[in-house]
Design a protein around this ligand. Structure first.
Ligand SMILES: Cc1ncc(COP(=O)(O)O)c(C=O)c1O
Length: 392
């Protein structure tokens, strides 16, 4: 046995990676028997007809490797859905790549377009994956603040974040964790910057059908000059309550798609064949299903906000997605992490510390994020537990 000092086999690229706080909170929730309002997955059933379609696909032996960039019927269904919903035409042969969730869609896209030294603009607070994603590509993140309570950005700050080195901006709308839905004016401003600085817009649109208060989701790809300058990422996870299926897709011009497909092929080969088959039925269904999601989640949002406000949290009202960011100042806790631990260990509710959405922990030290993609009885159980919280 060697007596030499232990050598680290870890790559420099991953040295700064931390464990996902969100998934850690989920684990703690299980360990402490807490109600899990941390990780964004539904605890209610996925649509029955969708599950049946998956079972049928397995029984019909759609069980082998798919074409790496997605089965033809599923890519066709994706194209039909975008044509119907946004009048957005995408060629299934050359412009659509099916991948393992939006997660793979984002890293495959960034790896396909970024070289070390490139800059990627990201709004803060951010969905936590975007940081490791940019690090894996050797790109540098340029952060632009979304200011509470409305999570608006300062156009001058956004402009200052762009430079000749900017390769892309990542836009997540409707937004996790803030619930912001970027409006036409904001998207137009971003689109103009992308054109001025010859940069791409990479959009994470997985909450597209969960919007409230009359807000409507707009894919930046549909704005003038943005069709070939955007990479649109989406997935079945949130729209169909199947976060474990790991089926997503990327829309991009043929040139970009060509690179994205190569990365995707070597990363994962393909997303599960029978679940793509079930996805055809899912995407082709009547628009009532998609329109109904907002109404459905609106009720859960009301229930979540009322139980959180009742327990003393200040809520930032979300206009989309299924999270509520809250201000925890009233509780006089040391910081968000200590308070989240107290909640999960002693009160029995798991939430995500605000600092996990910021580059510097102090920026999120007074915030916690709760998700409301849960049964009403789950939200009620969380409310009963949170009512035990003492303030300040
Ligand atoms: C903004 C955002 N993007 C991507 C994902 C993951 O998507 P998928 O399950 O399609 O990989 C999540 C999951 O919570 C998310 O909130």
């Amino acid at each position: 046995m060697s007596t030499a000092a232990a050598k680290s086999f870890r790559s420099a690229r991953t040295a700064d990676f931390t464990e996902s706080v969100i998934r850690e909170m989920s684990r703690l929730a299980v360990a402490h028997g807490a109600v899990n309002l941390a990780q964004g997955f539904p605890d209610f059933a996925a649509p029955l007809d969708l599950k049946q379609a998956a079972i049928d696909a397995i029984n019909a032996d759609h069980n082998q490797y798919p074409i790496t960039w997605g089965t033809k019927p599923f890519r066709d269904a994706i194209a039909r859905k975008y044509a119907r919903t946004y009048d957005l035409t995408a060629d299934p042969q050359t412009e659509i790549t099916v991948c393992c969730g939006a997660t793979e869609g984002m890293i495959a896209s960034l790896l396909a377009v970024c070289d070390p030294g490139d800059e990627v603009v990201v709004f803060e607070p951010f969905y936590e994956n975007y940081h490791p994603d940019t690090m894996l590509c050797g790109a540098t993140r340029k952060l632009v603040t979304l200011y509470a309570p409305d999570w608006t950005f300062d156009p001058a700050e956004l402009r200052a974040a762009f430079s000749p080195r900017t390769k892309a901006i990542i836009i997540n709308t409707p937004n996790n964790p803030t619930g912001k839905v970027f409006n036409l004016q904001e998207l137009t401003f971003i689109a103009e910057l992308c054109q001025e600085f010859d940069a791409l817009a990479i959009t994470d649109e997985i909450y597209e059908h969960i919007t409230f208060d009359g807000e409507k989701h707009i894919p930046i790809m549909t704005l003038p000059g943005m069709r070939d300058r955007s990479i649109l990422i989406n997935s079945m996870s949130k729209t169909f309550s199947v976060t474990g299926w790991r089926v997503g897709w990327v829309l991009a011009s043929p040139d970009l798609t060509n690179s994205i497909r190569k990365v995707h092929d070597f990363l994962t080969v393909g997303a599960a064949t029978p679940l793509q088959q079930a996805g055809v039925m899912a995407l082709d269904q009547h628009d009532d299903y998609f329109n109904g999601l907002s109404a459905e989640y609106s009720g859960r949002r009301t229930a979540a906000i009322s139980m959180l406000e009742g327990a003393g949290f200040r809520c930032f009202n979300p206009h989309g997605a299924y999270y509520v960011m809250t201000d925890i100042s009233a509780f006089g806790a040391k910081n968000d992490v200590a308070f989240a631990r107290h909640l999960v260990e002693n009160i029995g509710v798991a939430a995500v510390p605000g600092s996990s959405f910021y580059s510097r922990p102090e920026l999120g030290a007074n915030q916690l994020r709760f998700c409301f993609c849960k049964k009403f009885e789950t939200l009620q159980a969380a409310g009963e537990r949170l009512a035990r919280l003492g303030r300040g």
